[in-house]
Design a protein around this ligand. Structure first.
Ligand SMILES: [Zn+2]
Length: 254
């Protein structure tokens, strides 16, 4: 169920020239060669056209906003194809972090209700909701990217609730995936409890296997060094899953 927002529908598209211009300036995309960047821009143009972008809480969505979201959305799926993001339509941008009212049930039936302040949210069968200033500041390479985070949740949701176990490609082993992710997750939870995490990975990743997958996906695309060193098996799983070797691509820039 989605909360009521009264978004303003925007017809603002983003043309290919704008997409290529922005792509050339985005540090996040610096590791792509010219033909990869053109392919990414082509995919981003499809999302800019096909997804319904709207502004909430008075935000007017501009073509530059649509392009900035679409380019970052396209990065994780550039080797998977646009179909990877089928099945949902809407992208809602807020002018700041936004408040979501939620209720949840304890085992035993007690229902809680509360409100959370979020910068991004992906709903099963629903929209991706993003805080525009956080989208705008995600384009660097600091390991933090709200668009990639929510898109990772959307990919995870292709086989039901987000649980850190998205549908795998032919040839990938479900057993190996479970084994590698469970081992890394247990290790990171232990490190967070002991306060000895070394900083490349946001402790929020220890929240749940779904968040672990989404936060590691951010690191994978922005600054994969620590991930590849600390959790090499998970790094390799992400290479197979996203069909991109980000460490090879980004270390060429150092
Ligand atoms: Zn999340």
């Amino acid at each position: 169920m989605f909360f009521g927002f009264f978004g303003r529908r925007s017809a603002a598209g983003a043309d290919r020239t704008l997409l290529l211009e922005l792509a050339a300036r985005m540090p996040l995309l610096a590791g792509l060669n010219a033909s990869e960047r053109a392919r990414l821009a082509g995919l981003a143009a499809v999302f800019a056209r096909k997804k319904a972008f709207s502004g909430a809480a008075g935000l007017t969505v501009t073509p530059a906003m649509v392009a900035t979201v679409s380019l970052q959305m396209a990065l994780p799926v550039m080797s998977l194809g646009k179909e990877a993001l089928d099945g949902w339509q809407e992208i809602v941008l807020y002018p700041s972090a936004f408040v979501v009212r939620e209720h949840w049930m304890e085992p035993g039936g007690l229902v809680h209700e509360g409100a959370s302040v979020l910068i991004g949210q992906a709903r099963l069968d629903g929209p991706v909701v993003l805080s525009w200033p956080d989208v705008a500041s995600s384009t660097g390479r600091d390991g933090w990217n709200v668009v990639i985070h929510e898109i990772a949740h959307k990919l995870d949701m292709l086989n039901g609730d987000a649980n850190g176990f998205p549908p795998l490609h032919r040839g990938m082993s479900r057993e190996q995936w479970s084994h590698d992710w469970a081992a890394a997750y247990a290790d990171f939870q232990r490190r967070v409890e002991q306060g000895d995490e070394d900083g490349w990975l946001d402790p929020y990743a220890a929240e749940s296997p779904a968040e672990f997958f989404a936060v590691l996906s951010e690191a994978f695309f922005e600054s994969p060094q620590g991930l590849a060193e600390d959790y090499p098996a998970v790094y390799r799983q992400l290479v197979s899953f996203y069909r991109q070797d980000t460490l090879a691509r980004l270390s060429a820039l150092e």
